[in-house]
Design a protein around this ligand. Structure first.
Ligand code: ATP
Length: 234
């Protein structure tokens, strides 16, 4: 196992006075790919925000709400991943006339993500699955050591989800990704973190877990534990 990147030792996580995950203990090591599971409201986003806060600039971030600007083209939305690295003048110029270097880099990412030919298209005119891929492209464009994703493959079909995760893996040795596709969590990741009732009830290598172990994270599923399994290019 790689070097420790962070350790939470009995930390209370929440929002204002509301503690969502009391006394949380977990560790993340370099080279680990972690699937973060738990039903809606379990605290996945809360934990990811804390990780992002602690890991700072080393982590690329793909948020659940995407944070894309609908009126701007795909190219500009992806370019925003590294807005802070350029001068205000360069950013302004790039808005009017895209810079050659960034354009080629973004084009390469868009090709890999199945967005070729959409670079000029306003994001507001894309499907849900296409928008999701733009959000991933923007996070990949950040070129960070780690990847933190809040359900980055929620709106795509299972085949595409796997392909997107492979693209993320190819560019990041370490990742923590919230998702609902339990089978993918077991087949594609090294470790699973499972949240339930405010606790980290699963923190184990994926190879030691079965689907039934993950089903227990979804008490509200009432036997239908396939929530999010099907996906779709919404
Ligand atoms: N900004 C906020 N202020 C107050 N409470 C919040 C805030 N964001 C989330 N919460 C609460 O914290 C709890 C955990 O929410 P969180 O978004 O972390 O869950 P989640 O597992 O990511 O859910 P989902 O799968 O629906 O995205 C929920 O009870 C939610 O209502």
């Amino acid at each position: 196992m790689g070097a420790s990147l962070l350790a939470l030792e009995g930390v209370d996580l929440g929002h204002g006075d509301q503690v969502v995950l009391p006394g949380l203990r977990l560790g993340l090591c370099h080279g680990e790919r972690v699937a973060l599971l738990g039903q809606s409201g379990a605290g996945k986003s809360t934990l990811l925000h804390e990780l992002r806060h602690r890991l700072g600039e080393s982590a690329a971030w793909c948020p659940q709400q995407h944070g894309l600007v609908p009126g701007l083209a795909v190219y500009h939305n992806v370019y925003m991943g590294r807005l802070a690295e350029h001068s205000a003048l360069a950013n302004l110029w790039n808005l009017v006339r895209p810079l050659a270097g960034p354009w080629h880099q973004v084009a390469e990412l868009c090709d890999a993500l199945g967005l070729a030919g959409l670079m000029h298209r306003p994001v507001g005119q894309l499907s849900g699955g296409q928008r999701q891929r733009v959000a991933i492209a923007r996070a990949l464009y950040q070129q960070r050591a780690l990847f933190l994703g809040d359900e980055p493959v929620a709106s795509v079909d299972p085949h595409q989800a796997l392909r997107l995760l492979e693209l993320i893996d190819a560019r990041h040795a370490t990742s923590v990704i919230a998702l609902h596709q339990r089978e993918l969590a077991l087949t594609h990741f090294d470790r699973v973190w499972g949240l339930r009732d405010g606790r980290l009830v699963i923190d184990a290598p994926a190879s030691t877990l079965r689907l039934a172990d993950l089903d227990a994270l979804y008490p509200d599923a009432g036997g239908d534990s396939a929530e999010g399994e099907a996906g779709g290019d919404a």
